[in-house]
Design a protein around this ligand. Sequence first.
Ligand code: SAH
Length: 205
Amino acid sequence: MARNLVEIIRRMGMTDPRLLAAVAATPREHFVPPRSAARAERDEPIPIGHGQPTSQPSLVAQMIDALMPADKDTVLEIGTGYGYQTALLAHLAGHVYSVERYADLAEHARANLAALDVPNVDVVVGDGTAGLPEHAPFDAIIVSAAAPSVPGPLAEQLAEGGRLVMPIAATVADIVTLYTKQHGRLERQRAVTPAQFVPLVGEHV
Ligand code: SAH
């Protein structure tokens, strides 16, 4: 049970019952390397290989709280890692396409999601900065690595009225930012939180 994490997230002021239910239903110890399972209930990032972390759960929750997919939404996630955020999104949305550039991390994520019988996810190995044009448009897009601006293909593949959450690289910290798409263009809505992310590595950065 992820009760600890639910309490931490609630105390930070996130009260959406759908979000709290998703966190409660998602045992994070299934989404970290076995040697780190004992630390999974702490609100900390955990290394997953290739110098990459699985993000701090409260940060994942803040990003999903801003994105808040509806239950029929199709979501695109860039940066699957070990699949923790993917599992939360799958709990909230209709379908999740998740792109990871490291094949072995994608394989871990697939196995972790399958072990919990999460059915509505496709994990794809590739460069997420190109998006997945064959499955566009997406109602919501979430990016788990930082770049100076939103990659053009992701802006294009977001549906009209859709929401996009991504850390934008700035000088001191990255700023997780919420955008919506209006009249065919991305519009910045608000800064969600400052944070530190690994860089988004790809062709359209
Ligand atoms: N969201 C995950 C992982 C965060 S770490 C979690 O919280 O568990 C960021 C991930 O983004 C890493 O796994 C890294 O390999 C991946 N990544 C970076 N650039 C990418 C790109 N262009 N396409 C797909 N994945 C990318």
